[in-house]
Design a protein around this ligand. Sequence first.
Ligand code: SAM
Length: 265
Amino acid sequence: MEQEYEIMSAYTVIFDHLVHLGPGDSTTTRNLVERLSSDLPLKPRVADFGCGVGASALVLAQSLPKAHVLALDSHAPFIARLESTANTHRLGERISALVGDMMEPPPLEGVTGEFDLVWSETSIYNIGRTNAFTCWRPLLKPGGWLVFSDIVWQCKPTARSDKASAFWAKEYPDITTADAVVDELINAGFNPLDPVLSGRESWSNYYEPLRERLRLLVKHKDRPQALIDVMAELEREIEVFDFSGNDVALFFFLARWDSIPGSLK
Ligand SMILES: C[S@@+](CC[C@H](N)C(=O)[O-])C[C@H]1O[C@@H](n2cnc3c(N)ncnc32)[C@H](O)[C@@H]1O
């Protein structure tokens, strides 16, 4: 437990002042929200699971001016930062930033579930897609939307570098192709749209500030072991990306929870 605490403290130190805690791009987020907005009620109830410090929660609240957003993350220091940023942007009233587990999300405004939109950017890997679909589907209103981004293989197994295969098999054993994720959604009873490829800037938005931060931190003497270990892991991830970044891609998956009898699998 103490070790876990130290590792999470290391993440707090490393991600201090970083906006994206995983690959992501505000323009893509905004475009996708706008694409869905005509299918949402005027005052949608929105959840952002694994919200980090709020990169997507802020865009959701800004792009849907009457929405109420439940922004949930298990790491309290990230939620504290999001609360402060939301207040700075005068969005504190519409973003409920809470510490919690996305496997068991708390009610929003006293009502359990009943979201019009469940959003999650590069966080689904933490609990696995199967668990996420099982836990999140009952939270959606009929006709509600599930949107998440996920890292997927972009090339066939024979074309993948050994380095990337070994890295992703260890770090994300659930990684698959975009087509396979779409099939999983259909099997879970969702009606997915065609997945949307997020541009390469999604990766640089994450890796460039992170690279810079690691460069600064490495100069610090007397770093705790947990910080040294987490930094080494992230450096390895960046190295694999520099070497074989085109083997993987970031896709957004948009799927409607359709309650029409007979349309369920
Ligand atoms: C790669 S980061 C992405 C954060 C944010 N969505 C972004 O794009 O900047 C994954 C996030 O998931 C959170 N997380 C991991 N497991 C979780 C859980 N079971 N419930 C809620 N949040 C969790 C982590 O604390 C972290 O902030």
